[in-house]
Design a protein around this ligand. Structure first.
Ligand code: FCB
Length: 435
């Protein structure tokens, strides 16, 4: 049971759950093309147990049951993603009608159940055919992505409550092209700098196309971390400045101010695409809402031995989830207030928040603390209009495979049986206002 009531969040506050196509759908049939996660997962050493999304939660077949769970939980909205390779198997060109039919049924299924569809166009499953052409490193991706956005606009746009272009551009670029943790697994400064710029250029280009096609309520989902310094020393504070710029400000400044933090354009000068500054107006096209995913904080210390980025993250002392991420609700409050004070007056949605953990009583406590953190942010003036729990189901947690469980509903991957956990019941109790 949560200690907060839904009424405290305001009259039209949207409570929802979130998922992503590759993490739950399975259904690698009916003309779906290959994605970078299929081959990344098949490459030894990239993913725990070499798990892949082949079956995942079989949501491709079991979606009616999953939508029923969301409705029965009392949620108002469902944040899901379209799989680009299911709709356009080669990334550009021919459309896969079976994919269009699937999302037709899914979106209609949400509307029939009174759920507001919050769509994401890109949650990391890039068609492999586009990776062959350089993927996010190739400037042409802005056009490829815009054409895909146009297809979504034409087929589904009038039925979507809200649409985000990209989920977590930091992960798409830095985690996947500099740190090598996610597909395509590059560890290369030039690759990363190109991806960091192109992912935002693709976002802004798609916003133009979506608007021209009459799609309403557009945004982008940024993953932000509360960045803090390991100490008050000048060195660690300088490390914090770089860490915060790389994780948060590159994307916030780009999207909401049309500029990049100078500390990074200095470091990356040699590696960024030429004339990047000419794209900043496109990148900062006006939006209708701001999406924030929040999980934890990052603590930065100076590390002069590391070449371009002389920083390292240090482990903090707080209680952690089972992936070792510190539990820090105050960070959510601080970030929501920071974004609303320094970046935008647009309505803010917490588009993801949740905990990897087998012991669900800890997850329930996590949610309670973070819901209170949202109330604190509202009290400090942040215009927060919604909160989405990550995730509806235990699912394919990328490089962690199926070992990490973020769901409020348990999934037995052998039988595909769904079992609501206590945290689901806690949401249900609050949302049905039974306490
Ligand atoms: C976010 C991702 C989501 C999930 C959660 C735990 O970074 O958007 O797909 O992996 O983390």
């Amino acid at each position: 049971m949560f200690s907060v009531d839904r009424g405290q969040f305001g009259p039209n506050f949207v409570f929802g759950t979130a998922t992503a196509a590759y993490q739950i759908e399975g259904g690698q049939i009916d003309g779906r093309g290959q994605s970078i996660w299929d081959t990344f997962a098949a490459t030894p050493g990239n993913v725990k147990n070499a798990d892949d999304g082949h079956m995942a939660c079989d949501h491709y077949n079991r979606w009616p049951e999953d939508l029923d769970l969301i409705r029965d939980g009392g949620f108002d909205g469902y944040r899901f993603s379209f799989a680009w390779p299911r709709l356009i198997p080669e990334g550009t060109g021919a459309v896969n009608q079976a994919g269009v039919d699937f999302y037709d049924r899914l979106v209609d299924g949400m509307l029939e159940r009174g759920l507001k569809p919050f769509a994401t166009l890109y949650h990391w499953d890039l068609p492999s055919a586009l990776q062959d052409k350089g993927g996010w490193m190739n400037r042409d991706i802005a056009g490829w992505f815009a054409d895909y956005a146009e297809l979504v606009a034409k087929k589904f746009g009038d039925r979507l409550h809200a649409t985000a272009t990209i989920n977590e551009p930091w992960c798409v670029s830095v985690l996947s092209h500099l740190l090598g943790v996610h597909a395509p697994g590059y560890r290369d400064l030039r690759a990363a700098a190109h991806a960091m710029h192109h992912v935002l250029l693709a976002h802004g280009t798609a916003i133009g196309v979506l608007r021209d096609n009459g799609v309403k309520n557009l945004g982008i989902v940024l993953n932000l971390e509360k960045a803090e310094a390991a100490s008050d020393s000048a060195e660690d504070l300088a490390a914090l400045d770089i860490g915060d710029a790389l994780f948060n400000r590159w994307f916030l400044d780009g999207v909401y101010k049309g500029q990049y933090p100078e500390v990074l354009t200095n470091i990356l000068a040699k590696y960024l695409p030429a004339a990047w500054h000419k794209d900043m107006e496109t990148i900062a096209r006006p939006l209708d809402w701001a999406g924030i995913n929040y999980y934890t904080r990052g603590i930065y210390a100076a590390d002069p031995a590391r070449a371009a980025f002389p920083i390292r993250q240090v482990k903090g002392p707080l209680e952690k989830n089972d992936l070792g991420w510190e539990i820090y609700p105050q960070g959510l409050t601080d970030l929501l207030v920071r974004v609303s004070r320094e970046y935008t007056k647009l309505p803010i949605y917490v588009t993801e928040n949740g905990m990897s953990e087998n012991d669900d009583t800890r997850r329930e406590a996590f949610y309670d603390l973070h819901l209170k953190a949202v109330l604190d942010a509202q009290a400090q003036g942040a215009d927060v209009r919604g909160y989405f729990a990550w995730s509806l189901l235990d699912n394919y947690e990328w490089a962690e495979g199926y070992t990490s469980r973020f769901g409020i509903v348990h999934v037995d991957y052998e039988t595909q049986k769904r079992t609501p956990k206590g945290s689901y019941r806690a949401f249900q109790g609050m949302l049905h206002n039974t306490r």
